[in-house]
Design a protein around this ligand. Sequence first.
Ligand code: FAD
Length: 310
Amino acid sequence: MLKILNNKEDIKEANGEIRAGGTDLHDRYRMGVSSGAIIDIHKLDFGGFVEHLDGTFTIGANVTIDDVGQHPKVQSGYGTLSKAANGLATPQIRWAASFGGSLLQKTRCSYFRHPNLPCTKKGDAECSGLNGHHPNGVIFNKGGCPHPHPSTLATALLVYGATVRTTEREMPIEDLYGDGTAHDRDNMLNENEILTHVILPPAVANEKTAYFRSISRFEAEWPIVECSARLVVEDGVITDAGVGVGGVSQIPLRLNNVEAALIGQVATQSILEKAAKVSAENSNPSLQTAWKVEMMVGTILHTLEIALKG
Ligand SMILES: Cc1cc2nc3c(=O)[nH]c(=O)nc-3n(C[C@H](O)[C@H](O)[C@H](O)COP(=O)(O)OP(=O)(O)OC[C@H]3O[C@@H](n4cnc5c(N)ncnc54)[C@H](O)[C@@H]3O)c2cc1C
């Protein structure tokens, strides 16, 4: 059954799984992993891009990923978000997929995506990934499902300290994902709670930004590790930094220890190298995922180098 919502209040009476662009949901239907009723929200108008008098910037959840990547204000004020949006998936996906759906897509774990293998995110008692093949799994294991969170844009939003608004509440983007201990969910939204907006703090002038992904093929694939970075450099000194890393934990991670190793330092290659190495400090990979730690350090270093070059 398909219910198309014209009013967000109607969600209270609706039953089923929410569909925005459908690029993730339809894939799961095709694979036989999801079934049942669909609540289509693509007609709900949350507005697009709004600059407020206090400098904050709101983005409606139903704009496309391509809209986010191409918007002039996102490009000028939130560079790593724009670069991440333009760098993920394929042009076709970016045209069809919504901003909200990109933050709320479900795990890419191949056991979850297989119709016949047990997975706690499909309601089974057993997690096939824990004892199975998981070389692309987490290296900051928070205790939940051992596959990393798939959202590229969540990592980019983290480094700006974004807030999300839903039909029920407003919360920092970290709270949308919780602490990574949940075995049965990809985000902390309640049933029938719709993400409506993302709110960014005022843009910082003269920020240097970069987004870089280590990936097994050129495009049309989720990265193995990805990094979003922003740096403010004044008179050669790094005065502010935001560094987020994806593909490494059950939740997108902001690396406060890497940021602390950068802030207040003269922006040199050796400082970037030292800071990137700090990222590995609290990692706890499994035997199968240990190889990703070095890849993360290299990915972060390369992202910082690109950002510094401006
Ligand atoms: C080849 C390929 C490569 C890809 N590479 C990447 C990549 O590198 N990085 C990356 O991040 N993504 C990647 N993706 C995934 C893609 O970004 C997602 O499929 C897409 O963003 C999902 O958006 P959608 O609007 O189509 O979501 P839908 O399929 O409509 O929904 C996905 C989920 O989000 C929920 N949802 C959607 N919108 C809302 C809302 N407003 N409120 C509450 N719940 C909602 C739905 O209930 C559903 O469970 C890739 C996809 C493909 C096919």
